[in-house]
Ligand binder design. Structure first.
Ligand SMILES: Cc1cc2nc3c(=O)[nH]c(=O)nc-3n(C[C@H](O)[C@H](O)[C@H](O)COP(=O)(O)OP(=O)(O)OC[C@H]3O[C@@H](n4cnc5c(N)ncnc54)[C@H](O)[C@@H]3O)c2cc1C
Length: 395
């Protein structure tokens, strides 16, 4: 079959792969995106229930990529205040954007809106080629480039190969990069609900005895009800009809937003986390969930993916200014260093929180109470968490 040559091959047309193509095309690079699924899934993505809390830094990058305008045409929610509750509703640990110079903690955007908007922009960019219904079955690289083989036998060569091919990341496996994995042995059920009382742009993350319930504000009088339970309980809850399920959520939230009714389907996700042992190889990098797959409790998976786009785009821009090889081993090592430093602390903290807050037993309850008391008493700790939530970045 015919051998093609492009600057960059991106494996995966998920939100991070599409954003990466935009970032690098803005630096004048020709990008080819290879995606195994058909194109209509990307032009009109279905609602997967995910409501993505975007940091200010991510919004700034999406503006730079020319995508934010399309996103902002939709009705969006925002989080101005977040309460973290341990067992009882009283004495929450609260976060606001106060002192950060921003009027909200984060914007709330449906994942389908992000994906659709990215695709709409990417489709019209001249130096991006989208190739759907093509699965990458082999990857090989050396210091000066690499090539991928597709399931139809075609091979494509490029200076740099980027894997944005999900948590499972077949390309990561093909490159022999190990990954550490965690299974939280829980299921998260997401559902959009309508309610009687206003939510005042306030998010609640409530760690109850047998479950975690997050009620996240969306546009209008709607919230995303995010429930984390054991797998068996999730199976039972998914069998309930809409009225019974909404009543459960309303009851577990102690009716604080008034009567609740379902405003969308339920989507369920088993919860895990993954962190690749390295984010690079010769002429190869990992980005998005292929590099870092986060537990959703701290809402940072896609934000980290965008950070990777920003990091690599800036490195390429610098190399081009200096007329250097923009995929030189030292620059890919720099990407690896910067991106690990940006993600590792929150990855570990998130896993700690997800484990501590969902574990039963008196010791865990005590530890959580201690942690809350500490965070309340030490303003510096709260400010640090506030800053992480807002992540104003360079905007
Ligand atoms: C319940 C939930 C809530 C979340 N909330 C937030 C939040 O509030 N904030 C936040 O920042 N993040 C959040 N996230 C995380 C966010 O959704 C992910 O980080 C993001 O979608 C990852 O995108 P990606 O492009 O890296 O991977 P994916 O979306 O998984 O895309 C990978 C693509 O690669 C393709 N592919 C795979 N293998 C091949 C192959 N061999 N050849 C060709 N194509 C291939 C796949 O078909 C797919 O299209 C949440 C996640 C969940 C589950």
């Amino acid at each position: 079959m015919k051998q093609h040559k492009t600057d960059v091959i991106i494996i995966g047309a998920g939100p991070v792969g599409l954003a990466m193509a935009l970032g690098l095309s803005q630096q004048g690079l020709d990008c080819t995106i290879i995606e195994k699924k058909p194109g209509d899934k990307y032009a009109e993505p279905s609602d997967d229930g995910r409501e993505i809390a975007l940091t200010h830094r991510s919004v700034a990058l999406l503006k730079r990529l020319g995508v934010w305008e399309a996103i902002a045409r939709h009705d969006l929610g925002q989080i101005k205040t977040a309460h973290v509750l341990n067992r009882r509703f009283a004495s929450p640990l609260s976060f606001t954007s106060e002192g950060t110079g921003k009027e909200r903690l984060s914007a709330m955007v449906p994942n389908a809106v992000i994906r659709k908007s990215l695709y709409a922009v990417v489709r019209d960019v001249k130096n991006i080629t989208l190739q759907f219904e093509s699965e990458v079955t082999a990857v090989s690289t050396h210091a000066n480039g690499g090539e991928v083989t597709l399931d139809n036998g075609q091979t494509i060569a490029a200076r740099l190969i980027i894997a944005a091919d999900s948590r499972v990341s077949p390309a990561r496996q093909m490159m022999g990069i190990d990954v550490e994995k965690l299974d939280f042995k829980k299921t998260m059920i997401l559902a959009k609900v309508a309610h009687e009382k206003p939510h005042n742009d306030t998010a609640h993350e409530w760690f109850q005895a047998d479950r975690t319930l997050a009620i996240l504000p969306l546009a209008g009088q709607h919230c995303s009800a995010v429930l984390t339970v054991e797998h068996e309980e999730a199976e039972e809850l998914l069998q309930l009809d809409d009225t019974a399920y909404a009543a459960r959520i309303e009851n577990w939230f102690e009716g604080r937003h008034g009567k609740m009714t379902m405003a969308g389907p339920r989507n369920a996700y088993p919860l895990g986390a993954n962190y690749a042992k390295s984010f690079y190889g010769p002429s190869f990098i990992l980005v998005g969930d292929a590099a870092v797959g986060m537990h959703p409790v701290t809402a940072h998976g896609f934000n980290f993916g965008l950070r990777g786009v920003e990091t690599l785009s800036d490195i390429v821009a610098g190399a081009k200014r200096r007329r250097q090889d923009w995929a030189a081993p030292a620059l890919l090592a720099q990407y690896n260093r910067v991106q690990r430093l940006a993600t590792r602390p929150l990855y570990l903290a998130t896993n700690f929180i997800a484990t501590l807050y969902t574990r039963r037993g008196p010791l865990s309850v005590l530890a959580r109470q201690g942690l809350h008391a500490l965070a309340r008493k030490v303003p510096f700790a709260r400010q640090l968490i506030n800053r992480q939530l807002v992540d104003a970045g360079r905007s």
